[in-house]
Design a protein around this ligand. Structure first.
Ligand SMILES: Nc1ccn([C@@H]2O[C@H](COP(=O)(O)OP(=O)(O)OP(=O)(O)O)[C@@H](O)[C@H]2O)c(=O)n1
Ligand SMILES: C[C@](O)(CO)[C@H](O)COP(=O)(O)O
Length: 230
């Protein structure tokens, strides 16, 4: 069985307002994207990695991250699209002879081996899965005027993270269809759900944050210290 990973790095990082793309911001002198790649590189169940990036960052990612840190499993660096789902499809299109694919946000540097291994295990069993955590806030469903319509039980809710893991043929087919039909999605589990497939949700980690705003950088440095320097 061949297992590939798509690491997404083709976003703009606009909410970070850093002047450079957030994936190049450093934690303990290494860029965020380094950490997102390193765990997959070292996991012996992962066969290869495809990195998806913006055209103007291709050279920097190659020289300052992939070559510099010797990521041997990164077999392809491809250009992404306007939306996250376009970037995923571009990554899927350059994969061949692959049975399973794990799709991961480059902006989530604190992925771990337990999450990767369980993702592979549950995909073998259920065809698609994603990790996530129970929200810490109470979540409301609202109407168009921001009045609360109802309050789902928190124990019924999961804030979904990445990696999101799929049998390759299934996710490729569903992403192609979503692209053709112009359906709006914010993650890859929604792509398969849209066509009626069931997605298993397993335990992620509260450390597996998506670095999005400047405050997340402060939190990321704290998480890093707790995980790696204590
Ligand atoms: N067209 C896009 C948009 C997003 N991403 C990737 O998807 C992940 C999650 O997206 P997000 O955190 O929203 O990143 P950005 O789009 O970079 O951030 P922003 O929305 O603040 O510009 C990131 O790793 C980002 O690089 C991508 O590959 N292609
Ligand atoms: C895929 C994702 O990380 C799951 O939580 C999330 O939906 C990405 O959203 P973004 O707005 O593209 O960051």
């Amino acid at each position: 069985m061949s297992v590939g990973v798509i690491v997404l790095a083709a976003g703009k990082g606009s909410r970070m307002k850093a002047g450079i793309n957030k994936q190049f911001l450093e934690i303990d002198e290494k860029p965020i994207l380094y950490y997102s790649l390193d765990v997959f590189e070292k996991n012996n169940k992962i066969d290869f990695i495809v990195v998806v990036c913006s055209p103007d960052e291709e050279e920097t990612i190659k020289s300052c991250i992939i070559d510099k840190y010797g990521f041997k499993k990164v077999k392809k660096l491809v250009v992404g699209g306007n939306e996250r789902k376009d970037s995923v499809l571009n990554g899927l299109k350059v994969m061949d002879d692959v049975d399973m694919v794990l799709i991961h946000d480059g902006a989530r540097p604190f992925i771990n081996n337990r999450i990767i291994d369980e993702g592979i295990e549950y995909t073998l069993k259920f065809n698609c899965c994603a990790c996530g955590v129970m929200p810490v806030d109470t979540i409301k469903v609202v109407d168009g005027e921001r009045f609360s319509k109802h309050t789902p039980r928190r124990s019924d809710l999961i804030a979904v993270q990445t990696p999101q893991c799929f049998k390759y043929d299934l996710i490729r087919e569903c992403h192609e269809k979503v692209n053709r039909e112009g359906i709006e999605v914010t993650d890859d589990t929604s792509v398969v759900e849209y066509f009626g497939h069931k997605v298993y949700l397993y335990e992620g980690s509260y450390n597996n944050i998506k670095i999005t705003t400047p405050k997340d950088m402060i939190m990321a440095k704290q998480i890093y210290e707790n995980l790696f320097t204590k």
